[in-house]
Structure formats: C-alpha cells, structure tokens
Design a protein around this ligand. Structure first.
Ligand code: EPZ
Length: 418
C-alpha cells in the first residue's frame, strides 16, 4: 500500500496550480446520462473518484474517455439501470446516478450507500425528493429500487436541511419530469451552481427564484455539451493552508477566490495577508499564528471539507481555539493522528479544543479519510523531521498528484510502498 514519506520544514516558494473540482465534476459526469451523444468536459483531473465513476458509467453502458484532463462521455448506448454494491460501497457519490437513471429510463436500482469514516451518510432526503416526483421506491437486499412507469412529474419539494447531494440528485431527476418543479432550501455550493449551468447548457430550464429556491420546467430532451469545469475550492483552500502552516509565501493559481471567502476571512484573523488577482492568490503567512475559532456550515459558511486542514494550522497557533463540526459530527478522525505529531487537541462535548504548541515533530501516522489525509500532509510539511503517512489511497481519491505539485515548489515528499 502506498505511503507518503515527508521531510518537513522545507522552504516552499513559487506557484502551484489548482485542478478541476472533484465535487462539481462527479454529478456532471452522471448528468451526461440524461442525453445521448458525446459530452466533453475540460479541466478534469486524473483522480481515483473519477476512475470509479467512469467504471460505473461504463457498467450503465456509456463510453468514457479521459486523457490529458479532458473527459469525453457518450451515453448513446446507456441503458443498464443498476449501480452495483461493489462500486457504491467504495464511492458514495455513485448515488448520483439515481436521479438521471430514473429521469431517462424510468427505473433505477442503486445499492444503498454505506457509511464512511466521517459518518453514516444517510440518503433519506434523496429518496424523499424522488418520491415527491412520483417514483415508487422499495428497499430490499441492500438496494434502492425505484421506478416511475409513466415518467416523473414535477412537484414542490422543500428540503428540511441543506444537502448538497440531495439537491444535485433532485435537480437531475426534475429536468426531464413532466411540468414544473420548485425546490426550496437547496444547497448553494458553487458545485451546485456549476451543475445548474451544465444542465441549462444541455437545454434544461432551471432558474433561481430567490436566494435558496429554484424553479425547474421539465423538458422532453437534453443535448450533449462541452464545458470547462470550475476549479476545486477545497484543493485551493488546502494549498492556501499549506502556505500558512509552513510560513512560506507562495501563489495558488487557477482558483476562484470568490469561493474561498469564508476561509480567507478566518486566515486573516489568524494573521495572514493576501494578494488576490484574477484567479491567483498569494499568501503572506503570519509569523505568529493567532488562534481562531471556526464552526463548519453549509456554503457560504466555513466548509466542512476544510475543517481538518484548518485544525492542522491551528495546532501551531499561539493560544487555544475551538473547532465545531456541524455537518458531519464524527469528522474528527484526524485528531488522534495530529496528536501523534505533537499537537494538543481534546474533544469536549463534541467540540475540538486545540491548544497551540511550539512545534510538531514527525512521526508515523495513518490517513483515515480524504480530507484527514490532506490535514496530515499539511502537518507533515510543518513538522520537524520525517513524517510517514500510510493509506494515502484516501488522498488519491480527491487530489491529483498532490506530492508532485508540492515538490515542484520545494517540498520533500516521497511516495513509497509500505
Ligand atoms: C457532499 O457530500 C460532498 N461530496 C462532501 O465532500 C461534502 O463534505 C458535503 O457535500 C457537504 O458539503 C460530494 O460532493 C461528492 P450533504 P454529501 O448531503 O452530498 C446529512 C469530500 O471530502 N444528510 O450535503 O453527502 C449528511 O449526513 C466530501 O469531498 C442526511 O441526513 O453531503 C450530512 O450530515 C466529503 N440525509 C448533512 O446532511 C440525506 O439524504 C450534509 O450532507 C443527505 C444528507
């Protein structure tokens, strides 16, 4: 199994480029099932989640090519309407085929996704929404079996709380439904906006009614499109924090600063300064890191996907801070590993209390999930001596060649076989 061997405290400088957004591209890949013909997606990094999603689309009958960060998906011969457990259990985002399969083929059989390191990950909101659109749903032998012989019918759906995945799945189901749908209390993440842009480019009729409601007028047919994917705000945030934690100034390129306001505000409170110019952000790190409390929230609040990485940064702050995780309450698996690197973090009443230490010291640690592994890379870059991070297949799911990008600006990260 691959591991990272990191020699910490190297001088980092120069420019580092952000890749296309994993969580924007995954639903767009499944949205191509809504049409026939070849859709072309640009700025698509080579990460393992896309390999798994491509495999699932091929099982459904689509043709998928992915070369030099351009992905071509031809769903003309798609017709198999099942997403098998062996795939869904490895990647929760497989649930994103539910909406498109139902919309296109009036039936779908998707393995019930299990939990993962950050929580049980229920899909009750996905099912509530597609039932409102007229699907008959049964759950047996670990599969969600949905069908709508006469096709889906538009409806008004109000989500009881914000769900990125349920918003995406419902959008993809409603665009081919008969009549009008209204979605209330939708997720406002940039990845949802990019899915809406992609669907409207295909010929869907989706418009914002007011801040967090949408109107969708169902259409009979959608067409394949060509589009460039938005930059990954979580990778960009991870790289901003790698500059801050190592106290080395460098520039993050090809990102969308507008998507990172909540993180930048918290880093400014910690003492960082920024130079921002169309798509590039240069960080001027604080010499003395001030402790800053964060609470994760749905966009535009502080993203849960940057909570672990920010916690790594706060382990070296000059004082104490509190980190509250409101989206995935169990998302603290990185704490034990950070403490192995010399951090001082306690959990009291579900809140992480970080007491800053003078330094981190390299050690052997283990990645537990995608963003926890990114947090350990940041800590390893700042730690004295060698850090070995095992199970880095987690990081390969969502970051393209992260060690090559960081080594190109002066880091010393070796990929080793353990
Ligand atoms: C998406 O997951 C992202 N994944 C996650 O990123 C991200 O952390 C999350 O949104 C929140 O921003 C992808 O886009 C592929 P949710 P998703 O539905 O859609 C609960 C990463 O690291 N919930 O917004 O699964 C849920 O348990 C990943 O890239 C229900 O109870 O998140 C959570 O507590 C990790 N029932 C909260 O809602 C449901 O039917 C928000 O989940 C759906 C969700």
């Amino acid at each position: 199994m691959d591991a990272f061997l990191i020699n910490g405290k190297k001088q980092l400088s120069g420019k580092i480029s952000v890749s296309g957004a994993k969580n924007a591209i995954l639903p767009i890949m499944t949205a191509t099932l809504l049409t026939e013909g070849k859709s072309i997606l640009h700025n698509v990094p080579h990460i393992n989640d896309f390999k798994m999603m491509s495999h699932l689309l091929r099982i459904i009958g689509a043709r998928v090519e992915h070369e030099n960060n351009t992905m071509k998906i031809d769903s003309s011969n798609a017709g198999y309407w099942e997403a098998p457990y062996e795939l869904v259990s490895k990647m929760r985002a497989s649930i994103y085929v539910l909406g498109p399969l139902l919309a296109k083929f009036n039936k779908a059989s998707v393995a019930f996704p299990g939990g993962c390191a950050i929580g049980t990950r229920p899909v009750d909101l996905h099912l509530m929404a597609i039932e409102k659109l007229g699907a008959n749903i049964t759950i047996e032998h670990g599969y969600i079996n949905a069908n709508c012989p006469d096709g889906l019918v538009g409806a008004e759906i109000t989500f009881p709380f914000i769900s990125v995945g349920a918003t995406a799945n419902t959008l993809m189901a409603a665009v081919l439904a008969k009549g009008k749908s209204i979605l209330n209390n939708i997720a406002l993440e940039p990845e949802i906006d990019s899915l809406i842009s992609f669907l409207n480019k295909m010929g869907a009729k989706i418009k914002h009614l007011h801040n967090n409601s949408l109107e969708i007028i169902g259409v009979d047919k959608l067409s394949p499109v060509e589009m460039t994917m938005i930059p990954d705000r979580i990778e960009a945030g991870t790289l901003l924090l790698s500059s801050a934690i190592t106290k080395n100034s460098f520039t993050i390129c090809n990102c969308e600063p507008q998507h990172l306001i909540s993180l930048i505000e918290k880093m400014e409170l910690a003492g960082c300064k920024f130079e921002i110019s169309d798509g590039n952000i240069t960080v001027f790190p604080a010499e003395m890191i001030k402790p800053v409390d964060i609470t994760t929230e749905a966009y535009p609040g502080f993203p849960t996907d940057l909570q672990a990485q920010f916690m790594s940064y706060m382990t070296l702050a000059n004082g104490k801070c509190q980190i509250k995780e409101t989206i995935f309450p169990d998302r603290f698996m990185h704490i034990a590993e950070l403490n192995r690197l010399g951090a001082n973090i306690q959990i009291n009443n579900g809140i992480a209390e970080v007491s800053g230490v003078k330094k981190l010291s390299g050690a052997e640690v283990m990645a537990t999930d995608l963003r926890a592994s990114a947090a350990l890379v940041l800590a390893g870059l700042a730690a004295e001596g060698e850090t070995t991070i095992s199970r880095i297949y987690h990081i390969d799911r969502g970051y393209e060649k992260i060690e090559q990008k960081l080594n190109a600006i002066g880091a010393d990260i070796k990929r080793i076989i353990q």
